[in-house]
Design a protein around this ligand. Structure first.
Ligand SMILES: Cc1cc2nc3c(=O)[nH]c(=O)nc-3n(C[C@H](O)[C@H](O)[C@H](O)COP(=O)(O)OP(=O)(O)OC[C@H]3O[C@@H](n4cnc5c(N)ncnc54)[C@H](O)[C@@H]3O)c2cc1C
Length: 410
């Protein structure tokens, strides 16, 4: 049997993970990535690996490196007007989700996964799929830059605003579920000289936080706010987005005057709605979606990185278990992941409610809870920080086949 050729669109988390396992199981993956290179040196924002996603790093042999690159955020400190900040150990907030947790910058994770695979897998940077046409037994693919090629399967691992999804399943609006919040992230110099700690401040409907990026002298600012309706702005107009943020945060106080001044010279502002991707199916014909492209649980609120890593592994393992038969493999992938994805959708709204307070009473109550959290018995603390038990249950439900139990397809 010839090794099936699989085009993977996107080289962040799900894409390189999938490429690794496809190659290991005997497929021939090619990864196409829109950006000119994989983000390096602490790029992007902090993301979380929980439970089985940590096991997967171990199975791939990169766990020591992933651990070495962890953000090392040890303390979360919440400022309060006119009062001493409340401080809580970061792990006390994560242990209810899973007893295995690593926080790492997305750029570091993507780089580790890229370096792991770059010698065996063909990567094409600075390009994107333009059209996909399924013919008998193949998919004909044209690219924005490169020459047309044919593949046996195409997998979209190209994130929340997936091109693959648009080309094969329909426009984004059909699948986007707005959770009633927005987020903005940008880089500033680490002028507070933060080390191993995140500092934050909340007002009704608005939260601002800042954490250092190791070995860079930089800090990342995260702003989260509540709104009933989607903002109307031009995604390509950076100044318009800066004005939107300034209008919302100009009066907040805390570190905002300095941060908003820094925003004027920050060229990496990321601003987006907090939305989920809700689809009934993630496969059609010879095309499948994985990670945020198919089932984003909401950026920054839903554990999307672990879901992307687990989804990539489940897809590769079900394809090889089906001996490369994509009809059986895709069906098994959807069956195995459906309960996990369903669960993941309940996490975002809960976390959003928690981190963007709705009232002054909630701000006060959260501060009290942070005070007592480190001092209560561990089992109670874990229950309180499990976000309704949903995250832990979701990750526990990902029953992963062991790679050594799977037969290679060549
Ligand atoms: C601000 C922010 C904060 C977050 N915080 C957390 C957190 O604390 N914890 C957590 O677990 N998760 C967090 N997330 C979510 C997490 O980043 C995603 O769930 C995770 O990165 C999903 O991985 P992915 O590989 O599916 O997609 P992505 O990481 O979005 O990667 C998609 C890749 O596809 C590429 N691409 C896009 N279009 C094309 C195209 N047409 N052709 C080729 N390539 C393309 C992109 O350049 C990118 O490399 C956060 C997200 C954001 C935006």
């Amino acid at each position: 049997m010839n090794s099936p050729r699989v085009l993977v669109s996107g080289a962040s988390v799900a894409g390189p993970m999938l490429a690794y396992w496809l190659h290991r199981f005997g497929f021939t993956p090619t990864v196409v990535e829109r950006t000119a290179e994989v983000r390096v040196g602490g790029g992007g924002h902090a993301v979380d690996l929980f439970g089985p996603a940590v096991d997967l790093m171990d199975w791939m042999g990169v766990l020591p490196e992933v651990r070495e690159c962890r953000t090392r955020t040890e303390v979360m400190s919440f400022a309060r007007a006119g009062r001493r900040p409340v401080e809580v150990p970061a792990e006390a907030l994560a242990e209810g989700v899973s007893d295995q947790h690593i926080e790492i910058m997305r750029g570091d994770l993507a780089r580790i996964l890229y370096e792991l695979t770059s010698e065996q897998v063909e990567y094409v940077f600075d390009d994107s799929v333009a059209t996909l046409v399924e013919t008998a037994g193949e998919v004909e693919v044209t690219f924005e830059r490169g020459a047309p090629r044919t593949f046996d399967l195409v997998i979209g691992a190209d994130g929340l605003h997936s091109t693959t999804r648009r080309l094969v399943f329909g426009v984004e609006q059909e699948f986007a579920r707005f959770l009633g919040g927005y987020l903005a992230v940008f880089t500033v110099p680490n002028y507070l000289e933060l080390k191993d700690r995140m500092v934050g401040f909340s007002a009704v409907g608005q939260t601002a936080a800042m954490y250092p990026v190791r070995n860079t002298g930089e800090a990342r600012v995260v702003l989260l706010w509540r709104t009933d309706n989607l903002h109307d702005y031009d995604r390509h107009d950076l100044d318009a987005q800066r004005r939107l943020v300034r209008n919302l945060y100009g009066d907040l106080g805390w570190e905002l005057p300095r941060l908003l001044d820094e925003l004027d010279s920050a060229d990496d502002l990321y601003l987006d709605s907090i939305s989920q991707v809700v689809m009934d199916r993630w496969t059609r014909g010879r095309v499948a979606l994985v990670g945020d492209a198919g089932y984003c649980p909401g950026p920054a609120v839903g554990g999307g990185t672990s879901l992307a890593a687990i989804g990539a592994y489940v897809l590769a393992s079900e394809l090889v278990a089906a001996e490369g038969d994509h009809v059986r493999g895709f069906a098994a992938y959807e069956r195995a992941l459906a309960p996990v994805v369903d669960h993941s959708r309940s996490i975002g709204p809960t976390v959003l409610d928690l981190i963007i307070p709705k009232s002054r009473t909630q701000i006060w109550a959260t501060a009290q809870a942070m005070h007592v959290l480190p001092h209560i018995p561990a089992h109670l603390r874990r229950r309180l920080t499990s976000f309704g038990g949903s995250a832990a249950a979701m990750l526990g439900e990902a029953r992963l086949r062991r790679p050594e139990d799977l037969q290679l397809i060549r």
